[in-house]
Design a protein around this ligand. Structure first.
Ligand code: NAD
Length: 522
């Protein structure tokens, strides 16, 4: 029985319009490689953000059902950890190939449930796919170390899996964030319980289907659903050894504290307010195109969106050109050809964004481009906010202090590079930043002095590829960012070291009497 509209499709047939879903099906859970309906009576309605038509209902799963998912993961663990890393790698190769085959289908599910445009949704899948591809090379990173520490004695390390681990995902990258977790958690020998966002779990459900098809044994990857109750279950379930979280600060700080207090490893990426500093010597066209793309793409709902522009010196004179470029963007249903940005995720989110724009007006800023009240003709019922540019902003204003997470660019003016650096460093967040300049020394000064974890030099969204790691800092991570996602640190997060010291007995190494002093091994 097909239980989910996303699953009722195949690699070559999937929704390509915002038309009403003919028959609304509930999203199932995925446990032991089976899709199962939940017996709950509590459901979260999921609406297409372009129309607010009902797409599916997402269950708030019962405690018994969630426990069954952890049971499955726990049962699968001994066999999976004993599966050779080469065999795990073969399954990962297959998984990568299947994601490629189902790329459009995954993207279509994202456009339908999350709202971003189809080409942008393909990028969402792509950035996750790259992590799965990099995970195929993980055996290299799993190698231990060995040293002959003394005569006939060697010490060696093994990277061992933790056991059952969990992932809690946000709504804004329905494929990429699950794919930050599934490949790295499993190639290292762990079994996983993943909770997608209750607002758009469709892509995660397709990934679950591909997990099964790729040959992952039953129970290695499980998908459970729900909101806070499911999160609390994960945080309090003693058999879950580690939690990966990506989302906002309120949830993330709570999850980090409660998960850590319960003795789990936690990696947690949180919110952001990413600044771009533009210098008068920048290539103007490159700057304008970069900022417009990075501020308004995905309707500003990216954790690395460039939402704050710091205009140094006379660059403020470029604002009219910036506004006319932004005004030219097409806001439309994500399946419509030529759409540049889609709707925001929910009516609540639209109201919050509009409220922040209104607050800027009240606090004395200028609305240079106002996206409030915009509606594309074909989709009058969606959650629309057009590109909005707020100028003459000062750091005390709400629109500067809060993460807006919508297609809104706030602009501040400073006189010098030093002032720009000081302003950016005063901001509590430290996810990403970018500088636009043609001067190497200017870029280098900025790089050295700036307190953000991911820096772009003439690159608007410097999200590191998976041979590196995602390295936000300050309030954009919980726990000081000790455990970053993917790359070598991602492998380290999902593994623990075992260190073995062995004495290989040669005649003169055998102890003749008990030595009660602290062994120093030399
Ligand atoms: P969110 O925090 O509302 O939700 C994330 C997850 O936490 C969801 O699965 C949700 O069910 C759960 N959750 C939400 N509130 C909770 C609570 N009070 N208690 C327990 N669980 C809770 O985030 P979102 O709106 O889905 O995503 C947008 C946010 O994610 C933005 O702040 C964005 O910057 C951030 N984000 C950060 C990164 C990064 O890598 N730094 C990447 C993507 C998104």
């Amino acid at each position: 029985r097909q239980l989910n509209p996303a699953l009722a499709t195949t690699a070559t047939s999937f929704p390509t319009t915002h038309d009403k879903v003919a028959k609304v099906e509930d999203t199932p859970m995925f446990v032991d490689n089976e899709f199962r309906p939940s017996s709950t009576s509590q459901f979260i309605d999921l609406h297409d953000p372009a129309t607010n038509n009902l797409v599916t209902r997402v269950p708030q799963m019962t405690a018994e059902e969630m426990t069954a998912a952890v049971d499955a993961a726990q049962r699968a663990f001994p066999g999976w950890r004993a599966t050779s890393v080469m065999a795990r790698q073969q399954i990962m190769f297959k998984f990568v190939a299947l994601i490629r085959e189902n790329w459009d289908r995954l993207a279509a599910s994202i456009t339908l449930e999350q709202g971003k445009t189809f080409p942008d949704a393909k990028g969402d899948v792509h950035r996750g796919l790259q992590v799965a591809e990099a995970a195929c090379g993980a055996p290299e990173l799993l190698k231990g170390e060995l040293l002959e520490v003394a005569r006939d004695m060697e010490t060696r390390t093994y990277r061992e899996p933790l056991g059952v681990v969990a992932a809690i995902c946000p709504f804004n990258f329905p494929a990429m964030i699950p794919l930050w977790c599934i490949p790295i958690a499993t190639i290292t020998g762990n079994t996983l319980v993943l909770k997608p966002s209750e607002r758009d779990p469709g892509a995660a459900m397709i990934l679950a289907e591909l997990v099964r098809e790729a040959g992952f044994p039953a129970g290695v990857v499980n998908v459970i659903h729900g909101a806070h109750k499911t999160v609390d279950f994960i945080l309090d379930e003693p058999r879950i050894r580690a939690v990966s979280f990506v989302g906002g600060n309120k949830a993330g700080e709570y999850i980090f504290s409660r998960g850590s207090a319960n003795g789990k490893r936690v990696q947690a990426n949180l919110g952001a307010k990413n600044h771009a500093a533009v210098l008068p010597d920048a290539n103007k066209n490159h700057f304008l195109n970069s900022v417009v793309g990075a501020a308004f793409g995905a309707a500003g709902q990216r954790c690395m969106a460039l939402s704050t522009l710091v205009m140094v010196g006379e660059t403020k004179e470029w604002l009219p050109e910036l506004a006319s470029l932004a005004a030219g963007l097409q806001v439309n249903g994500g399946f419509e050809p030529g759409a540049d940005l889609g709707p925001v995720i929910s009516p609540h989110s639209k109201a919050r964004i509009e409220d922040l724009i209104a607050s800027a007006e009240k606090e004395g800023a200028k609305i240079l481009l106002d996206g409030r009240g915009f509606k594309p003709e074909k989709y009058p019922d969606g959650n629309w906010v057009g590109p909005t540019i707020i100028t003459d902003v000062t750091p005390d204003m709400r629109c500067y202090r809060e993460e807006i997470f919508g297609p809104v660019l706030v602009c501040l003016n400073v006189a010098t590079l030093d002032e720009a650096v000081e302003l950016i460093n005063r901001n509590e967040y430290g996810n990403g930043t970018a500088i636009f300049t043609r001067s190497g020394p200017t870029a280098e000064t900025f790089r050295r002095n700036i307190e953000a974890g991911q820096v772009g030099v003439n690159v608007p969204i410097p999200v590191p590829l998976p041979m590196f790691s995602f390295t936000g800092n300050k309030a954009s991570v919980a726990g000081g960012g000790a455990n970053t996602f993917y790359g070598r640190p991602g492998i380290n997060f999902y593994t623990q070291l075992k260190t073995v010291t062995a004495l290989w007995q040669s005649a003169d190494a055998i102890s003749q009497k008990a030595d009660v002093s602290m062994p120093t091994m030399h």
